[in-house]
Design a protein. Structure first.
Length: 401
């Protein structure tokens, strides 16, 4: 089995197809939910409440999801998450048909999706190294990343086509069927038996995951880099496309779509490239150099015209994909199998937990009068300097393969 290409590896194929169902189905559902709030409920400012309702439970419960991924069968966790998502989408379809789908119900359902995401992602990421040979782990991560980006690109297109010809009830119902398909695929994945640790209390189990990161130099350095990168990088990057689209000559919604599509296309291209040519050698140092380059690109982004900004957005997406794949592979490689779910959830918390803080800090600085150019330059150059120093001076970065 270890010599089989991934497309002939049944457990990976089932996991990949389940991820396709999840990514595409949820992208369509989220688009339909947002459009329902804007078109039917005539809500605009309140959209922030929906985003917050989905993100806060996801962040708060991610560590618990990691503990459960190390404790229970991961395929069943994924299947349960799919099935409960289908139930929520079915409820949305029924409420839309009865004209009972209001803002309060949308917020409750968004919170439910966030909770289920917190269970799904640690289980999926922890399952991959258990079903894929170590030599193919980087390639498998690359295909999963490319699949996620493909869902982000195609989801709005498919959702728009469905909404143009079908009612909200039908769209929510069809995405519920996609979730049920994902549940069936997840249940088909066969896992190896693991040590039973179900009697361990949740807090001591979480402490074990924290100790594992603290005592493993590669994991400790990876999470430090990832946390700092998200804190300095995600705020300016999130604000740059809409602010540039509003301020550059030819300002329009189509320019915003162009910038965002270029970023997603770059991530897709990077994922496909690494799936075909997985990175080898000093991967942690490779990650540092790529993030340093991302910092320089971020600093340059607000200084460019529309064409240059589009190219930089593509390059940023490409670089992020090219560092995310080896980063995930290193996390999976250096995590003990019995604690990998907790390590992966801590990594997710380092990004998801700090991203809202990065947005808040950027918003405060911009509101205080700082320009986008100054904010991007300071954050990007600080990030680049940190990563260059780590790449050159850290023995862990220089010797990890």
């Amino acid at each position: 089995m270890a010599d089989l290409p991934l497309y002939r590896h049944p457990p990976f194929l089932l996991l990949w197809l389940a991820s396709v169902a999840s990514g595409l189905g949820l992208a369509v559902a989220m688009l339909a939910e947002t459009w329902y709030a804007v078109q039917v409920l005539q809500l605009k400012a309140e959209l922030g409440y929906l985003m917050l309702a989905g993100s806060l439970p996801r962040i708060a419960l991610m560590a618990l999801g990691g503990v459960l991924a190390d404790r229970w069968p991961r395929a069943r966790i994924m299947a349960s998450s799919f099935a409960l998502r289908a139930l929520l989408l079915g409820l949305m379809a029924w409420a839309a048909a009865q004209q009972q789908l209001d803002l309060s119900l949308l917020i409750v359902l968004a919170a439910g999706f966030g909770m289920l995401d917190a269970l799904f992602w640690p289980a999926r990421d922890a399952m991959l190294p258990a079903i894929v040979p170590a030599a193919q782990l980087g390639q498998a991560n690359a295909w999963m990343l490319a699949t996620n980006q493909l869902g982000m690109l195609l989801g709005p297109v498919v959702g728009g086509l469905l909404l143009a010809g079908l009612s909200f009830t039908w769209v929510f119902g069809l995405t519920a069927l996609a979730m049920l398909l994902g549940a069936a695929l997840a249940l088909g994945i066969r896992e190896q038996a693991r040590r039973d640790n179900t009697r361990q209390a949740i807090w001591p189990a979480l402490q074990e995951g924290l100790a594992c990161v603290r005592d493993t130099p590669v994991l400790r350095l990876l999470l430090l880099i990832y946390a700092l990168a998200n804190l300095l990088f995600m705020g300016p990057l999130g604000f740059a496309p809409p602010l540039l689209a509003a301020s550059l000559p030819g300002a329009s919604a189509s320019l915003l779509a162009q910038l965002q599509s270029a970023f997603a296309a770059g991530m897709l291209a990077g994922g496909v490239l690494l799936a075909l040519c997985p990175p080898t050698g000093r991967r942690l140092q490779w990650i540092c150099w790529l993030i340093a380059l991302e910092g320089l690109l971020l600093a340059a982004l607000p200084q460019l015209n529309a064409g240059g900004a589009t190219l930089v957005q593509f390059a940023l997406g490409f670089c992020i994909a090219c560092n995310n794949v080896p980063m995930l592979s290193l996390l999976q490689q250096y995590s003990p199998p019995e604690r990998i779910g907790r390590v992966m959830s801590l990594n997710s918390m380092a990004s998801l937990g700090l991203t809202p803080l990065a947005y808040a800090l950027s918003s405060l600085l911009l509101g205080a009068g700082a320009s986008l150019g100054l904010l991007a330059a300071v954050c990007g150059l600080l990030l680049s300097l940190f990563c260059v120093l780590v790449a050159l001076l850290s023995p862990t970065a220089r010797h990890t393969r």
